[in-house]
Design a protein around this ligand. Structure first.
Ligand code: KE4
Length: 431
């Protein structure tokens, strides 16, 4: 496989864009080799600038659940573009998408569109602090909620501790207001509430963690968070930027039957264009300007092209049998990879929930970030590179998810598993 053009573009990009990429994970830092510059996509496949074809399990990190260049999405976009691209004024499209989302998620009575998941979580945090008059927030180690200062913390310590900045540029005073606990550790959460209960504005959680690999909530974990928040007057925020419309039509909150006070959405709701949203209880959303005093704004919020792409994508997902199909794809991938690992004799664990799947070179179980970090450090990279060489595009990090789409056919899954037979042997060579 030649990657000369990607190499050349990467060199050129690094002269004008930090690291040559517009988001760090795209630089292949944890897997090495040449990041592929993508020329085009169609269905579940993408082609790089050297003409190499890949079956894509990243789907732009989740949004392309209906597949690349989906005909319905393109048709909606063409119609919207013909009318203009942005007005900075209300349009009917944003009402239609808001009605569709609030119809799908009963806990979301009202919502506000923004342009990225980061904006959604940042705004939800400000709303929680403004509505409760409290300043502390509680998050979980290994959960990622976008590059929000208050949520970019350093590694946790296995118990609930006050955060330290996870990157230069975040003031210690911001991190100090954030408590971090291990995911799935309700004891640590209860200790945090015993110590800081009436200071905690909110708990923000990925109801299924997708940024430390794919780690589902343990039975009762989300319900226990709900109970801690109810007892203390803190708000429960579900960051469903990944899980929203991927795990079920009603998201993780439908699947796990726990009702948050606020929900953050992104990725799929924009159908591949920049759109995200935060929403929830009517009394909370009423506090957002101009209805209420808590300020939040955005030039391109509710952009009509993004609304059109989001509406068309959700329209595809609303069809009969969607989540059965997505679930079957993820399950086949997770089980197929595990079977291959067993045949090759490699310690491996995998999981599939709705349209998301993940795996670790780890005997399992993996319930939190500390477990995930115990995975074999040297096996993901050769596995990833071999899959890529064979035309299978996985997320270039062991701490991400695999994303199924409606465009993946059985033959695509079987091709990926055939490639995995070779890739797993490459991984097994690393002792
Ligand atoms: P954006 O600001 O990237 O649109 O969304 C931030 C975000 C918020 N919440 C969750 C649960 C997320 O997963 C994300 C972003 N996800 C990452 C990868 N898992 C996006 C890829 C990237 O950073 O380039």
């Amino acid at each position: 496989m030649t990657t000369d053009r990607s190499k050349e573009l990467f060199k050129r990009a690094k002269r004008v864009i930090p690291g040559g990429v517009d988001s760090p994970v795209r630089a292949f830092g944890s897997v090495g080799g040449v990041p592929r510059f993508i020329a085009r996509g169609k269905g579940c496949r993408v082609w790089d600038v050297d003409g190499n074809e890949y079956i894509d399990f990243v789907g732009s990190w989740g949004p392309l659940i209906a597949g690349h260049a989906n005909p319905s999405v393109l048709k909606a976009l063409r119609a919207a573009m013909a009318l203009g691209t942005s007005f900075g004024a209300p349009t009917e499209l944003e009402i239609e998408l808001a009605e569709m989302i609030t119809g799908a998620l009963p806990s979301v009575k009202k919502l506000r569109f923004v342009s990225s998941g980061t904006e959604a979580t940042m705004s939800a945090l400000r709303l929680a602090r403004g509505a409760t008059g409290r300043e502390r927030v509680l998050k979980f180690e290994g959960c990622y909620h976008g590059h929000v200062d208050a949520l970019l913390l350093g590694a946790g310590s296995g118990v609930a501790t006050l955060g330290i900045p996870g990157t230069p540029g975040v003031p210690a005073s911001y991190a100090d207001l954030t408590i971090q606990a291990p995911y799935n550790d309700i004891g640590a959460v209860q200790q945090a509430f015993e110590r800081w209960g009436n200071e905690i504005a909110c708990v923000v959680v990925e109801p299924l963690a997708g940024n430390m690999g794919c780690i589902p909530p343990r039975p009762g974990f989300l319900k226990a968070l709900r109970e801690c928040c109810d007892r203390s007057g803190a708000l429960l925020i579900f960051d469903e930027v990944i899980t929203g419309f991927r795990l079920a039509w009603g998201g993780a909150q439908k699947l796990y039957r726990v009702k948050p006070d606020l929900t953050c959405l992104g990725k799929i709701v924009g159908g591949g264009l920049p759109a995200a949203a935060y929403g929830g209880r009517r009394d909370l959303m009423a506090q957002i300007a101009p209805e209420g005093p808590i300020y939040q704004a955005g030039t391109l919020s509710g952009n009509p092209l993004a609304m059109a792409a989001g509406l068309a994508t959700l329209g595809e997902l609303a069809k009969e049998g969607t989540y059965e199909r997505l679930g079957a794809i993820s399950k086949r991938m997770a089980e197929g990879l595990a079977e291959i690992a067993r045949e090759v004799g490699v310690e491996f664990t995998s999981v599939a929930v709705g349209g998301a799947f993940g795996f670790f070179f780890h005997p399992g179980p993996v319930h939190n970030f500390a477990d995930a970090q115990q995975a074999h450090a040297g096996r993901f990279k050769p596995f990833f590179q071999s899959m890529l060489e064979q035309g299978i595009y996985l997320a270039p990090s062991p701490f991400e998810c695999g994303f199924a789409s409606l465009a993946h056919k059985d033959r695509d899954i079987e091709a990926a598993l055939a490639a995995a037979k070779v890739a797993m042997r490459k991984a097994a060579r690393v002792r």
